[in-house]
Write a protein that binds this ligand. Sequence first.
Ligand code: MG
Length: 201
Amino acid sequence: MTLKLEQMYEMQKALDAKIIKEKGLEGQNLLPNTILALQVEIAELANEWRGFKHWSNDREPRTAIPSLVKTSGIDIALEDGTYLQNPLLEEYVDCLHFFLSIARQLEYSADDLCVFEDYVEGETGLLFTELLINVGYLLGDKLQIRESEKDFKAWQKQHFRGAIYIFYALGEQRLGFDFEDIAAAYAAKNEVNHERQANGY
Ligand SMILES: [Mg+2]
């Protein structure tokens, strides 16, 4: 059964709570680190997409990489005992983890994560850059690029929703993922992240 977005949000809250407790991070503002972490994952996603590498003959997205060992719950087992990895999808759900964590830190509701879906125009490479810019704006109060004190929360939420709108559009319209793929990969990576905490990652 496919997880709902609300369920993934709850799973993220549980994972975050575990990390905060085990790493003794109670009371700290983790938002700046989480924003940078999301930007890093977006860059990793672009790196696996490869479409912007005009200097390379290999500009196809990395979605089926042979592997002798299983490293993730989304790896596909082949008959000869080897596996196929999907680094593009893995990076996409790494991004989703940090989007959900940011939403939790900003006390957004599950409804705030839902956006009207429409076809997004523009080159895929530009969408990646626009996504990174919108995510950077979430730090507006630290960077002194906000509009005004009074409107900051609304302005920040507008950029969050702008970012997640582009992120969903990238996944479904440009990278070829459907919601079931994303939900299954999220669940698999969430489990890995719990194991990492348990094993002193
Ligand atoms: Mg990653």
